[in-house]
Design a protein around this ligand. Structure first.
Ligand code: ADP
Ligand code: MG
Length: 269
């Protein structure tokens, strides 16, 4: 709606986890590095937590697309699966043919695949998003999968990505064995005000801005105050603030535009 007015090629503040817009603020860079390190050094289990909208899915997607050719990957987005469904989803994502509904046959197939990849010198990584929703039975199945290892190394690296509840989940006594296997952990904190400012600039730039639309310092402060540094809320409020600026035909987004945006968002709750 406001694209032409601001000279943008696309909407800068969509809430899809599109890695093209990735801005590696210092903590996001740390999270990214932890995932890369854990996968490439075959650390087995890796835990990534953060509040809703903190950037977990975006970071996982970025990591998956930047891993080398020597890593086979699978991404599970829907954690509300049974053990058998999870195994089937993994096999599908690794591009393996799946027949029947026999869980043991799935496990055998997966093991064969992992050993084959190991012989070829290929690492394998599985990312499970929203892992706080996995049932304890499925968590246990995942732990069993990781039992397969050679003397030297783990055959599959598993990233459990989820909201802070994931930590509480893993604190259950019956998941102790899984918890103890997690060797790399990172919790994504909110962006700082300075990060928020850079983040906004970066997304505008990726969307094709030539710099003629700006959020002035008061606007950035207000965005930060409202969002508390959470990227998803930053996007929601900035999108509405651009709309408010468009309505009044200004390319300098100020605190009034942001306040209007906040009113819009709060009103629609
Ligand atoms: N580092 C980042 N760079 C650019 N955009 C980001 C970043 N982190 C999060 N976002 C944006 O914020 C929104 C929420 O991110 P998402 O990855 O879906 O969060 P989560 O999975 O933690 O709920 C998405 O629109 C995403 O594009
Ligand atoms: Mg997500």
């Amino acid at each position: 709606m406001y694209l032409e007015f601001y000279g943008l090629k696309e909407y800068p503040f969509n809430i899809t986890p599109d890695p093209r817009f990735l801005y590696l603020a210092p903590h996001h860079k740390e999270a990214y590095d932890h995932l890369m390190y854990g996968i490439n050094n075959r650390k087995g289990f890796i835990e990534l937590t953060g509040e809703v909208g903190s950037g977990k899915t975006t970071l996982c997607r970025a990591v998956l697309s930047n891993l080398g050719k020597d890593v086979e990957t699978a991404l599970i987005l829907n954690p509300c699966l049974s053990e058998t469904q999870l195994l089937r989803a993994m096999l599908n994502d690794f591009g393996l043919e799946v027949r029947g509904r026999d869980r043991l046959a799935y496990i055998e197939k997966l093991n064969e695949f992992l050993l084959q990849k190991n012989r070829e010198g290929t690492n394998v990584a599985l990312v499970i998003d929203e892992a706080q929703d996995l049932s304890p039975q499925v968590m246990e199945q995942i732990r069993l999968l990781s039992n397969l290892e050679t003397d030297q190394q783990k055959l599959i690296q598993i990233v459990l990505c989820g909201q802070p509840e994931l930590k509480a989940r893993l604190a259950r006594p019956d998941l102790r064995q899984l918890r103890q296997r997690i060797t790399v952990r990172y919790h994504i904190p909110p962006l700082s005000m300075e990060d928020t400012s850079m983040y906004i600039k970066h997304r505008l730039w990726v969307a094709g801005s030539d710099g003629s639309v700006v959020f002035d310092p008061g606007a950035v402060r207000e965005v930060y105050r409202y969002s508390k540094g959470g990227p998803r809320l930053i996007n929601a409020v900035c999108d509405n603030a651009l709309l408010a600026g468009y309505v009044t035909q200004t390319r300098v987004i100020d605190v009034r535009c942001v306040r209007k945006a906040v009113e819009q968002l709060e009103g629609s709750k």
